[in-house]
Ligand binder design. Structure first.
Ligand code: NAD
Length: 497
């Protein structure tokens, strides 16, 4: 069994806290490793090294930092399959899906290659006679990223390329459930030319996170994960005078209008509801069937859900892998039990699925509920599993009300052939990412990404152009070079004439 430590000061180091957590292969249920859980003292040591290393990195011209990003892009592309394999072995998602995750991360590195342009300042000559003013963006110093289990590489790559390209040192605290792939990515960052100490990976749990939140030399925290933890991190980080962005949980609705193309809608719901076993923040977990389309939708959807090929992520035949842990599997099955108790109609029941040869893996089949209502807990809460709820709505007005009154607002989609309905939906839906005949409006590095309502805390979305603002502070300089002619004390507020 492997022992997974940290990456600090340019090399892998063993943990010294004496605490570890188990890492499992969800496909087999076997423990594959023990991951070190860092103490506050280990976090402090990493932050100290990062603070020191950041000074030279922050003073490195952006053009040179961009060249490191170009090399990183090449290395990630070269090692894409190896990284994806590491993801599948600890997360469980299919190998194809894991490769997709790495590619989406690489897209952020590509965006970061343009950092000299993104960081360019503003200059106004002659704000007064012989006086010029310019504004320039400066790195914050040491920033930390706390990432979730469901995208162990992509989410860290949402944050770190932009944080590093802006001249910061980055401390990555991955999920303790699937930590190996982040260490590999950090090693490639070093191979690309990120100096020792500028990138660190600290494995751990709440103790490590609390140490980062309390550390006076950590200037900013980026978090992606569940809403209760995100809210805690946002409140604590802000109370400690840090910048915090926290992207959180979701319950994404897809509104299916009566005129929607049913085949396309069903294909979209299969991918968005059951891809990655529903463990995606952009998964569609609620389909709102408007008018009379509900019966036809259930009729077409249920055989597809029943026929889902569930199996180990490394098996190319598998469409859906296992859930991440035994506890999470029990939680998701518990929600299905609850839905039945609450009176929803369980049209497809995947709870009993067993795979020959993989009896200890964390598998379940896809589940489909009909007649779910907005007062049920299975509607209100994020299940984060392969469970799709169909809610019936009489008309568009009732459907948009459901979307807008839900606590979460990460993404929302509409399937329709009617441009007017789509246009209204895009304007009215209270969610950060909108799909029109697109079930998962995935993030693109050159746009921002983030939800609304309790799907986000903080005023900056993740990455893209928004990340430049988040990971830098502005400095405005006003300068003149007096020759003596215009010198002399001014006793009133200068007016720059
Ligand atoms: P999580 O909140 O349990 O964990 C996220 C991170 O926080 C991990 O690194 C974990 O170690 C740490 N953490 C956990 N409990 C903590 C605590 N009490 N105090 C301090 N730190 C703690 O989330 P998860 O289960 O790993 O990920 C799934 C969640 O992430 C879902 O809710 C999903 O919607 C959300 N998510 C959101 C987005 C988005 O962009 N909005 C993207 C991906 C995932």
């Amino acid at each position: 069994m492997d022992n997974i430590g940290h990456l600090v000061g340019g090399k892998r180091v063993a943990g010294t806290s004496g605490r570890t957590g188990p890492v499992f292969n969800p496909a087999t249920g076997e423990q594959s490793a023990a991951v070190a859980l860092a103490s506050a003292a280990e976090v402090d040591a990493a932050v100290k090294l990062a603070s020191k290393a950041q000074l030279a990195w922050g003073a490195t011209p952006p053009l040179m930092r961009a060249r490191v990003m170009f090399r990183l892009k090449e290395l990630l592309e070269k090692n894409k399959d190896d990284i994806a394999r590491l993801i599948t072995l600890e997360h469980g998602k299919t190998f194809e899906d894991a490769k997709g995750e790495v590619v989406r991360g690489i897209e952020v590195v590509e965006f970061a290659c343009g950092i000299p342009y993104l960081l360019r300042g503003d200059m106004t000559p002659d704000v007064g006679r012989g006086i010029d003013t310019w504004s320039a963006r400066h790195p914050l110093g040491v920033v930390a990223g706390i990432t979730p289990f469901n995208f162990p590489v992509m989410v860290g790559l949402w944050m770190s390329p932009m944080a590093l390209a802006c001249g910061n040192a980055f401390i990555w605290k991955p999920s303790e459930k699937d930590p190996t792939s982040s260490l590999r990515v950090a090693e490639l960052m070093m191979e690309a030319g990120i100096p020792e100490g500028v990138i660190s990976v600290i494995n751990g749990d709440k103790e490590a996170v609390d140490a980062l939140l309390a550390h006076p030399d950590v200037a900013a925290i980026s978090f992606v994960g569940s809403t209760p933890v995100g809210e805690y991190i946002y409140r604590t980080g802000c109370a400690n005078a840090k910048r915090v962005q926290a992207l959180c949980g979701a319950k994404n609705h897809m509104v299916v209008m009566p005129d929607a193309d049913l085949d396309q809608t069903v294909d979209a719901l299969m991918g968005a509801g059951y891809g990655a076993a529903g463990e995606r923040c952009m998964a569609v977990s609620v389909a709102v069937a408007v008018g009379k389309i509900g019966d036809k939708l259930i009729e077409k959807l249920s055989p597809r859900v029943s026929a889902l090929k569930v199996g180990p992520g490394m098996d190319p035949q598998s469409e859906m892998g296992p859930l991440v842990t035994k506890e999470h599997l029990a939680k998701v099955k518990g929600y299905v039990d609850l839905g039945v108790k609450e009176g929803a109609k369980l049209v497809v029941d995947g709870r009993g699925l067993k795979l020959q040869g993989y009896e200890n893996g964390y598998y379940m089949g896809g589940c489909l509920f009909d007649d779910v209502t907005s007062d049920m807990r299975i509607y209100k809460e994020e299940i984060f599993g392969p469970v799709l709820s169909v809610v019936r709505a009489p008309d568009y007005a009732a459907a948009i009300k459901l979307v807008n009154e839900h606590e979460y607002g990460n993404g929302a989609a509409i399937f329709t052939r009617d441009g007017d309905a789509a246009r209204a939906f895009s304007a009215e839906a209270k969610a950060g990412m909108i799909g029109v005949n697109v079930p998962i409006p995935v993030p693109l590095a050159f746009h921002s990404f983030g939800g609304w309502k309790r799907s986000i805390f903080g005023d900056r979305n993740s990455y893209g152009p928004e990340a430049v603002g988040f990971y830098t502070k502005l400095k405005t300089t006003t300068a003149r070079w007096p020759t003596g002619i215009r010198a002399g004390a001014e006793f009133v507020m200068p007016t720059m004439r």
